[in-house]
Each structure stands twice: as structure tokens, then as C-alpha cells.
Design a protein around this ligand. Structure first.
Ligand code: MSP
Length: 674
């Protein structure tokens, strides 16, 4: 790693249609740890986060609650910022897409794309998914969105298009020439496959709502939210700014070194964003790193699934460092990982309260007791043992291994390495028994005691320096107990064995990680319950996960009002033919993440049904399963496949997660439901 350079790292900007939860906190604290380490390595680091505030969802949610959109976004954006402040996130700037500076920069990007000839006007008539902000080609009125299964709305719009199709080859060449551009490898392969399957031009303006950045020269249109949002990475650092100082900041920091994102938004970051930048002749970011999801109770933590945990809850009970350590140590970065209160408390008690906490408290207490609180002088000759060298060698290896792993985004393994040093030093203390040596008379024993405690304290200093970006609060305390000052200003490139000032006076010794007792879990669960019941509960409803309209989300109001009293007659209901079917075959539909093609036996025949359940069910696991089918629907085409009927499922939350209807007792295939 080169010294004295700049390092620019970004989080995605967070939607303001959900309150912040641990999933958002995860990306942000990962970036924070990386930014802190880079600062300690001497990099001129710029860390950006912020909120994504435009779009029809926000406009509708605000209108529905009778609040002007700006006021609405001000409130939720402030919540994100307050949380990040509470978490001690060391961001250098917090961009909001409703900021004037952002709008100016986004419009400047638009102008560049236009000047270079990559924007043209066209008309789109067809289906549009409000939730995914996506045009759904070749679909009829009311057709479900191929991405999320929600009903699409029919729109006819004159729009501006971006010539995305012109960039397929250029993107593929860039991916090939920069193998590290997208990480990890699996995501890179996904993106390459997507680009190879062909790129169509992208509609980049909307005229059906107002809450967005006006298109320069044509304010009837607002910019497509993703073009608007992605440009935050340059607008925040001064792209399009009027004054020269701010422009200089852009020159200094762009291109970004790292865009850290969740895996669900790779297409936007790895295809659209580089294509926009290429078209505008701007440099591309160096690395786009996609991490996995934080799962809670087996599924992605998200507001719509109603399974979120707030970062506040953990912080209020165990503190910031406990949360940071757990997420970075427990989750293999890049993969999905589960969060649970049990695992959190277990990890906290074993690694922090026990291992590091004990090492610090016993080493420092003994130095206090036996050497009057002054770092003892080790004795390299008379009182020296092979075990001392082993600790020193392991500490030196740890500095190198930690750097290699952490800077390669393998946080969990980096921490594992550092904690094996902690374990080794604790074992060393048990074996060397300084408390027994202290009881013995004579200079040699005194020298031996000094060497043992010096070795332990020096190893503690090394671990503390390495762990600072992950445990910013507690390492400050340990550092000052070691008698050292300003850990964040310590230059990590200088970290070497033997730098603990001999004779240096220790600071006041206090326990850093009090043990968490059983009530910690209960308290956190209780706090979550209270917080959930005081905020709006997610909606659940029953719907169909086939070619019919799935549940309405908060973002998609019901298209038609029900009959006067909202009720139907039994005759109306009897018109619907519901039958028990059994899945005989299931496979993913190519090019549609959410669709499965099923062959369903309904007793009298085997039907082909295309169902929007792929994100919730693996095709292999469905074979043999009994389902409920609406059997007398008119056939309809989805992605070129005829769908004959629809599968009944509960639609959970406003993301509409499908959960298939089923029976507790065994039922024969073909049985009618009434
Ligand atoms: N606004 C867009 C991003 C625009 S960036 C130009 C967006 N916002 S989001 O709020 O829905 O999600 C942003 C990020 O939050 C995800 O990419 C991911 O980094 C993080 N996470 C949200 N839920 C998460 C989990 N359950 N687990 C891990 N990260 C999650 O997409």
C-alpha cells in the first residue's frame, strides 16, 4: 500500500422511505473501519455517505401523509445522520440528493451526456413498475413486474433515453483490463453475463411526477432516480460546483477508490454508472465491492419483511464497539450472514470481555501493582525465555497478516489473526505465572517479572493499534491506560515491536468491556419490541404469486376502488376455481430474477404456470410440493411463456415476499377449494 496518497470511499446513499436499521448500519460501519485504517496509514481519506431522497415512492408517501416531500425527506434523512453520529461514524461529508449542490452537479452530468450525443428523446408506451422504477417491455396492462411481481402501471411517456447499448463492448473491455474493478469474483461474473446478454438503451427521465432533479432545459421532466442518485459520488466532492476550491476537491478525490455496496445494487453500480461516466468522459471508480446481506431470522433484514433490528438497540445495551466487532468478525465479508442477539452476546463476552478485556486488565493491573504503574524494562539477557521470543515473533507476523487480510476486505480473518495473538499472550501469562514470580525474592526474579509483563503489555499495544479502526472507542481507553496518547494519530506504518516507552507511566486502569449478563439479550429484545410497536407495522396480505396481481405495497396504491362496501357475493367468489395442484417440475426463467416456470399437476392435466416466487423459493425444493392454483384464469404471456393459472401465496410486507399457501393435512391433487 502506498503512503501519502488520497483514498476516497463511499457507501450507497440510503433511501429515505425506510427508517435506518442494522443492514444500513453494516455497510456504513464497514466503510468506517476501512476509512479509519486508511487514515492511520497516512492516507488523505475522504469518506462519503448520505441519503437518496427523490422518486415517486417518496412523493407518494409524503403526499399520503399530508407532508410536503421536502419536509418528509428532511425528517428521515436527519434520522440516518443522527444514527451515524451516534455510531461515531467518521464520515467526511453527508450528501443529500435534495441538496442544491447535488442537483447542480447532477444537471451538469446530464449536460455532458447530452453534449457528447448520448441522450435522445423517445416515446415509451407500456407497463411501468413504480417500485423498481422499471419499464416492463412486452407486457400487457396490469402485468406483474418481472423483478418484484407487483402489478405494473400503464404509462405513455415521452422520455429521454441514454444510449446504454453503445457501451457493452467498452464495459466488457474495462472488466477484462481491470480484474479487480468488481469484487468479489462471483458478482463480477454476474455483471459480465448481464452485459453479454445485451444492453438496451435506458430511459433516464420521468414526466409523471415532479419530485426529482429537473432535466436541464426541459423541466417537465425529472431525472431517473438512479442517474440522479449515482451522481452523488461526484457531486458531493464538487463536480459541477461553481467555486474553484470545491472543484479542486473533486480533482483531488475522484475517481473513488471504493464504492461499497450491497449485492442487490450491482447492476446500477457496475453497468449503468460506469457507462454514464464513460459517456461523460470521466474516470471510472477503481473498485466496486459488493457485500452480502445481513439476515435476521433467515431472511434479508428489511423493513418490508418486518424483521429488522435497529443499531440503536445494540448500541444502547452493549455499545458501538460490540456491534462493530460482531459484524466484522462474525460475518464473512461478501457473503450473507446472520445476526442474532445470542451470537452477539456470546461473541462479545468471549472475545471482548474475556480475551481482550482480561489481557488488558491483568497485564496493566500487575504493572501497577509490581512496578508502581511504570512500564518495566525487559531484560534481554538474564531473564529471557524462548516463550518471550515466540510472542514477539507472533506479534510481528500478526502486523503483516492483519494488514494483508484487512486491506483485502477479509475483516473476519484479519480479526481472527489479531485475536489469536490475544489468545497466545493470555496463554503465555498463564504459563509464565507472573503472580508466582512476583512472590519470589531476588533480582533475577524481578527481571523475569519485568520481561513477562513488558512482553504482555507490548503485545497488547500492538493488538490495540491494529484493532483501533474496528473498536474505536475501547481502544482509545486501552491506549491511554497504556500511557499512550491519541491512538487515531498513531501512524500504523510505523507499528513495530518494542515501541512501548520503557518507564512510561500507565494511565488510570478501568475495565473496558464489562461482561454482559443474561438480561442483555432480554433487554435488547424488549427494546426492539417497543420500537417496533411504536413505529408503523409492516403490512401483510394474501395474494397470488402467479400471473395475477400480487399484494399492493405502500408504494403502489390499489388501482381500482372496491365495490361500494368492498364485499363480493358468494356467487362472485364461486366463479373462482381454486384447486390443489402438485409441482412436477420447476426452473428459473432466464433473464427474470423473480420468475419460476412451474409444471403443476391439477389432477386432470398438467399446467404450465409462471410465478413470481423465485426469490423466495429454490426451484428444486418445490418439486413435489402441493400448492393452491387459481385454475380458471385466462392464459397470459410472461417473458414469452404462457402462464395458465396462478399460485396462491401470502404476500408479506410491502416488498410482497411470497409465502405459498398449503395444507396441514394431506390433500389429494385436484381437490377443489370452496
Ligand atoms: N438508494 C439506493 C442506493 C443508491 S446508491 C447511488 C438503495 N438504498 S437502500 O437504502 O435500499 O439500500 C442501500 C444499502 O443498504 C444496500 O446496498 C446495502 O449496502 C445496505 N443494506 C440494506 N439492507 C441490508 C441488509 N439487510 N444487509 C446488508 N446490507 C443492507 O439501494
Amino acid at each position: 500500500m502506498d503512503k501519502g496518497q488520497k483514498f476516497y470511499i463511499t457507501t450507497p446513499i440510503y433511501y429515505v422511505n425506510a427508517r435506518p436499521h442494522l443492514g444500513h448500519a453494516y455497510t456504513t460501519l464497514v466503510c468506517d473501519a476501512v476509512a479509519r485504517r486508511r487514515r492511520m496509514l497516512g492516507y488523505d481519506t475522504f469518506f462519503l455517505t448520505g441519503t437518496d431522497e427523490h422518486g415517486v415512492h417518496v412523493e407518494r408517501s409524503a403526499t399520503a401523509s399530508g407532508t410536503p416531500p421536502q419536509k418528509w425527506v428532511d425528517q428521515v434523512s436527519a434520522e440516518f445522520r443522527a444514527l451515524f453520529d451516534k455510531m461515531g461514524i467518521s464520515y467526511n461529508d453527508f450528501i443529500r440528493t435534495s441538496d442544491a449542490r447535488h442537483k447542480r452537479g447532477a444537471q451538469e452530468l446530464w449536460r455532458r451526456l447530452q453534449e457528447k450525443g448520448f441522450i435522445y428523446k423517445g416515446t415509451y408506451t407500456g407497463q411501468y413498475c413504480v417500485f423498481d422504477e422499471l419499464y416492463v417491455d412486452a407486457a400487457g396492462p396490469g402485468a406483474p413486474c418481472p423483478e418484484c411481481g407487483r402489478p405494473t402501471e400503464t404509462v405513455s411517456e415521452e422520455n429521454y433515453y441514454f444510449k446504454l447499448s453503445a457501451f457493452a463492448d467498452k464495459l466488457l473491455t474495462h472488466f477484462q483490463e481491470h480484474p479487480d474493478f468488481i469484487r468479489p469474483e462471483t458478482r463480477r461474473n454476474e455483471v459480465i453475463a448481464f452485459v453479454k446478454s445485451g444492453l438496451r438503451d435506458l430511459s433516464i427521465s420521468r414526466s409523471t411526477f415532479k419530485w426529482g432533479v429537473p432535466v436541464p432545459g426541459d423541466p417537465k421532466h425529472v431525472m431517473y432516480v438512479w442517474l440522479d442518485a449515482l451522481s452523488n459520488y461526484i457531486t458531493a466532492i464538487g463536480f459541477g460546483a461553481e467555486d474553484q476550491d470545491t472543484q479542486a476537491r473533486y480533482q483531488r478525490y475522484w475517481p473513488a477508490d471504493v464504492h461499497m455496496i450491497g449485492k442487490e445494487i450491482i447492476r446500477f453500480h457496475c453497468v449503468y454508472w460506469p457507462a454514464f461516466l464513460m459517456a461523460a468522459e470521466l474516470p471510472l471508480p477503481k473498485n466496486i465491492i459488493a457485500h452480502g446481506w445481513l439476515l435476521f431470522e433467515e431472511s434479508k433484514m428489511s423493513k418490508s419483511r418486518g424483521n429488522i433490528v435497529r443499531a440503536d438497540t445494540v448500541i444502547d445495551v452493549l455499545g458501538n464497539d460490540a456491534l462493530r466487532y460482531f459484524l466484522l468478525r462474525e460475518i464473512v465479508f461478501g457473503q450473507d450472514g446472520s445476526f442474532s442477539f445470542d451470537a452477539l452476546v456470546q461473541r462479545y463476552n468471549s472475545d471482548l470481555a474475556n480475551d481482550l478485556g482480561n489481557l488488558a486488565s491483568r497485564t496493566l493491573t500487575m504493572i501497577q501493582r509490581y512496578f508502581g504503574g511504570a512500564v518495566p524494562y525487559p531484560s534481554p539477557l538474564v531473564a529471557h525465555a524462548a516463550a518471550d521470543d515466540a510472542i514477539r515473533e507472533q506479534a510481528e507476523a500478526t502486523v503483516a497478516d492483519f494488514a494483508r487480510l484487512f486491506d483485502d476486505y477479509q475483516f473476519s480473518r484479519a480479526l481472527e489473526t489479531a485475536w489469536s495473538l490475544v489468545g497466545a499472550v493470555n496463554k503465555y501469562l498463564v504459563e509464565q505465572e507472573p503472580w508466582v514470580v512476583a512472590e519470589k525474592e531476588g533480582e533475577e526474579n524481578k527481571a523475569r517479572l519485568a520481561t513477562i509483563l513488558y512482553t504482555a503489555a507490548e503485545a497488547l499495544r500492538v493488538v490495540t493499534a491494529l484493532a483501533h479502526p474496528v473498536l474505536p472507542e475501547s481502544t482509545v481507553k486501552i491506549w491511554s491506560q497504556l500511557g499512550l496518547r491519541e491512538i487515531s494519530k498513531f501512524n500504523l506504518t510505523d507499528l513495530k515491536w518494542g515501541q512501548l516507552p520503557l518507564g512510561g507511566k500507565l494511565g488510570k486502569i478501568e475495565a473496558v468491556f464489562p461482561r454482559a449478563d443474561k438480561t442483555a439479550i432480554e433487554r435488547m429484545q424488549q427494546m426492539e419490541q417497543e420500537r417496533t410497536s411504536s413505529s408503523a407495522a409492516p403490512q401483510s396480505s394474501t395474494s397470488t404469486a402467479g400471473s395475477a396481481a400480487p399484494a399492493q405495497s405502500a408504494a403502489t396504491p390499489a388501482p381500482t376502488a372496491p365495490a361500494s362496501d368492498g364485499k363480493i357475493t358468494i356467487d362472485d367468489f364461486m366463479k373462482v376455481e381454486l384447486r390443489v395442484g402438485q409441482v412436477k417440475f420447476a426452473e428459473k426463467v432466464k433473464g427474470a430474477d423473480r420468475l419460476l416456470r412451474l409444471e403443476v399437476d391439477i389432477g386432470t392435466e398438467v399446467r404450465q404456470v409462471v410465478a413470481g416466487i423465485a426469490l423466495a423459493y429454490e426451484p428444486e425444493k418445490l418439486v413435489g410440493r402441493k400448492v393452491v392454483l387459481v385454475a380458471n384464469l385466462q392464459p397470459r404471456k410472461l417473458r414469452g411463456l404462457e402462464s395458465n393459472g396462478m399460485i396462491v401465496a401470502a404476500s408479506v410486507g410491502d416488498e410482497g415476499k411470497p409465502v405459498l399457501a398449503g395444507f396441514l393435512e394431506d390433500v389429494p391433487v385436484g381437490a377443489k377449494l370452496k
